[in-house]
Ligand binder design. Structure first.
Ligand SMILES: Nc1ncnc2c1ncn2[C@@H]1O[C@H](COP(=O)(O)OP(=O)(O)OP(=O)(O)O)[C@@H](O)[C@H]1O
Ligand SMILES: [Mg+2]
Length: 482
């Protein structure tokens, strides 16, 4: 739309904004008038028009099977579209014309902004089954005709009203026509059902809608101008949500004008109770999961603190080391739960966890010397159930690098994660003294590497450890599918 307008027309920015607003709102006109709508803008050349937008009705059959956007038509001045553009009046065909075997009535509605015609909406209405319109159909098309007249005087669309259109109720969700006093003239069956949900007994017709709604859903202490009464009063275009117990109704109100005179309003409403209750459940479920992770983290930290206290009381150095190891294993799991208690879903941005672990490894080694643990690359997002295992593996391998490789107390542990083809590969490098000669980790009976191996097998990955090819030190590598 913007492209065609910029290339072929002399429309100003304000005109374009108005047409965009129109196009974002005109489903209402299409639905109420059971019509296909095409928006035509004038070329710089006289009587040449471009189709820039098109929409089909949700309420009835389409009269326009083809897509016409981008079409160019040179009209004679007597043609409907050119006529409407030149006169500023709605023009229409005298009799239904056959189009793809279907009788179709066409109107051309000039779009006015600040007393100028800036475009024309062509309205094609299928005439199938119009011999005996139901009360719903005549209520819709009467209102549709009024809306079309509002377009010609620049009263529709309504600029104040264009927020969050995606959630806005549609004609088919529930349609109520209200007169200028607020009394209901017509309510579609869906609208009546929606009000039944609020607690309505009986019918809507002839009820005073603002006071009826206020009785069904007494407002809380919200801001005054948002109260049901003022919104449903229908003086300005507004939307609101009416709540009564578990029932939620989103309501959109549009004032109807005939010329300058206010003749009532359209109220569209939609029962969103199920949606709201699902949202609530999701929110509480999410909050509960996070709370549980938070408590698990607290408990693990308590366990880690207990182990540290016991390690301090130990006389035997070997027992001290063992308890300290256990402590840091527990603490590394706690870090994962800490991250999960903040994350919103069931996956973890693992870099945050890894950085927490590396800091911890660095802290532990700080007692003996200066070792820094660095990450180069990113782990990406990892599912929550993998995060614990992965963090244990990283911790064990980093601790080995610090405790064995860099026992002389200086050096660097370099952690390099990378991702390809759905697999996560992680290297843990140190520039220390290297593995003992003749060391075969598969034969090793010690706990650390057994934990690593078991966890990686559980994750269906593979692991190896050996001398670093490029420089001195050790490299442990594992790869797991993620
Ligand atoms: N980065 C490394 N540099 C040098 N030697 C290493 C390295 N990683 C592991 N080793 C050797 O492998 C052995 C086995 O490691 P493993 O983690 O299984 O046990 P551990 O560290 O001795 O005890 P723990 O159960 O407390 O981890 C170590 O004792 C060490 O000799
Ligand atoms: Mg170890």
């Amino acid at each position: 739309m913007s492209e065609i307008i910029a290339e072929h027309t002399v429309l100003s920015d304000a005109d374009q904004r108005w047409l965009k607003l129109l196009v974002s709102e005109w489903q209402l006109l299409a639905d109420l008038s059971f019509s296909d709508l095409v928006l035509w803008v004038a070329d710089r050349d006289e009587n040449v028009f471009w189709a820039v937008a098109q929409i089909r009705p949700n309420t009835g059959p389409t009269a326009l099977v083809d897509d016409v956007v981008g079409d160019l038509i040179a009209y004679s001045p007597e043609h409907l579209v050119a006529g409407a553009f030149n006169t500023g009046q709605i023009t229409q065909t005298s009799a239904a014309k056959l189009q793809a075997g279907m009788p179709v009535n066409t109107h051309a509605v000039p779009v006015k902004l600040a007393e100028r015609v800036i475009a024309v909406v062509e309205q094609q209405t299928s005439q199938l089954g119009v011999q005996a319109p139901s009360s719903l159909e005549s209520a819709y098309s009467d209102t549709g005709a009024l809306l079309a007249r509002m377009v010609t005087v620049g009263a529709f669309p309504m600029p104040a009203d264009s927020s969050s259109l995606a959630f806005s109720p549609r004609v088919g969700d529930g349609f109520i026509r209200v007169d200028s006093h607020g009394d209901v003239q017509y309510a579609s069956p869906n609208a009546v059902s929606a009000y039944r949900r609020l607690g309505l007994i009986g019918d809507l017709v002839d009820e005073h809608l603002p006071s009826l709604t206020a009785t069904l859903a007494p407002t809380g202490p919200g801001p005054v101008d948002d109260s049901v009464l003022s919104v449903l009063g229908g003086r300005i275009a507004r939307r609101t949500e009416v709540v009564s117990g578990d029932a939620h109704l989103t309501v959109r109100v549009l004032p109807l004008l005939d010329g300058r005179e206010r003749v009532g309003s359209i109220v569209l409403c939609r029962d969103v109770s199920d949606l709201r209750s699902k949202e609530r459940q999701l929110v509480t479920k999410d909050a509960t999961i996070r709370e549980i992770h938070h408590r698990v983290k607290n408990n693990l930290q308590t366990v880690a603190a207990l182990l540290r206290m016991q390690a301090r009381r130990m006389e035997s150095p070997e027992a001290k080391v063992a308890l300290n190891d256990a402590m840091s294993r527990v603490a590394s799991i706690a870090i994962v739960h800490e991250t999960l208690s903040q994350a919103f879903d069931e996956s973890v941005e693992f870099d945050r966890v890894a950085d927490g672990l590396l800091r911890m490894v660095g802290d532990v080694s700080a007692t003996s010397g200066s070792v820094s643990a660095v990450r180069r690359g990113t782990f990406g997002v990892v599912s929550a159930d993998m995060a614990t295992g992965l963090s244990m593996v990283v911790t064990e391998l980093c601790q080995n690098a610090v405790e064995h490789g860099l026992a002389d107390a200086t050096g660097e542990v370099l952690v390099v994660p990378s991702r390809h083809d759905g697999r996560l590969r992680v290297e843990i490098n140190d520039d220390g003294r290297g593995l003992p000669s003749g060391f075969d980790w598969r034969q090793s009976r010690s706990l650390g590497l057994s934990i690593v191996n078991t966890l990686i097998e559980e994750m269906e990955g593979n692991f190896s450890i050996g001398a670093r090819p490029d420089t001195r030190g050790t490299r442990a590598v594992f790869e797991i599918p993620v």
